[in-house]
Design a protein around this ligand. Structure first.
Ligand code: GTB
Length: 216
């Protein structure tokens, strides 16, 4: 059955792979599943046809036959459950990998998103600098824990898993802040993720969308 995902027609990140279709593309590449992409304008995302698929009018979505999903974490989980390569077979190791998926999305990602929101929407406020440094402190608290747990391992718990895929996707959003450079092992961890052939293929595919959009 054909898998179709949605992505920005014109991504505000200019093809840097930061929009959340990237993690879905990466997961599909890791498990070797072909997929199609339906590109959406900001206007189309808020129209009834898309709201039917995504109640909040966002990307990414995932369609496969009668199944329609939204939420990148749930989509990556669905892919990882149905195809070998992203979750271990051993029940304990599988549960731990899933725990890292949740940790990425519910413990590490929120303060990182808060930072992005502050930078885009609160930059003109008198209290902006103070707020940014408070958020950065919260991010560092999380990165301290993550860095200590990762230590000198390649991946968070044995073999590369959907937990690493989501964690690295989330950490990439921090690159422009320079904060990742404070943690040598996390920088190397992110670089290992980016060096995976599946990541490269996913990155090139989303970049090609931006390149085509800017040429037209
Ligand atoms: N929790 C949802 C998920 O994980 O799928 C969040 C989905 C979401 O935030 N989607 C964003 C969206 O559709 C795109 S990824 N936004 C349009 C809207 O809400 O109207 C977020 C994103 C946007 C831009 C950048 N960037 O420019 O760097 C990075 C990430």
């Amino acid at each position: 059955m054909t898998i179709t995902i949605t992505a920005f027609e014109n991504s505000p990140d200019r093809g840097r792979g930061l929009a959340r279709d990237m993690r879905v593309r990466w997961a599909l590449e890791e498990v070797g599943q072909p997929y199609e992409v339906r590109l959406l304008s900001f206007k189309a995302m808020k129209e009834p046809a898309h709201i039917e698929l995504h109640p909040f009018g966002q990307i990414p979505t995932y369609e496969e036959g009668n199944l329609a999903l939204f939420e990148s974490g749930s989509i990556v989980f669905h892919i990882a459950e149905r195809h070998a390569g992203l979750l271990p077979d051993d029940a304990g190791a599988r549960a731990r990998a899933i725990t890292w998926m949740f940790a990425a999305l519910s413990t590490i990602e929120p303060p990182i998103i808060e930072r992005a929101t502050a930078r885009f929407q609160e930059r003109d406020q008198t209290w902006y600098k103070q707020r940014l440094s408070m958020i950065d402190e919260r991010i560092r608290q999380r990165l301290n824990g993550l860095s200590a747990r990762l230590g000198d391992a390649d991946w968070l718990d044995g073999a590369f898993s959907a937990g690493d895929l989501l964690m690295i996707s989330v950490l990439l959003r921090l690159r422009e802040s320079g904060m990742l450079r404070e943690y040598e092992n996390l920088s190397a961890y992110v670089a290992r993720g980016e060096a995976r052939p599946a990541y490269r293929r996913a990155f090139e595919a989303q970049l090609a969308v931006f390149t085509a959009a800017s040429a037209s």
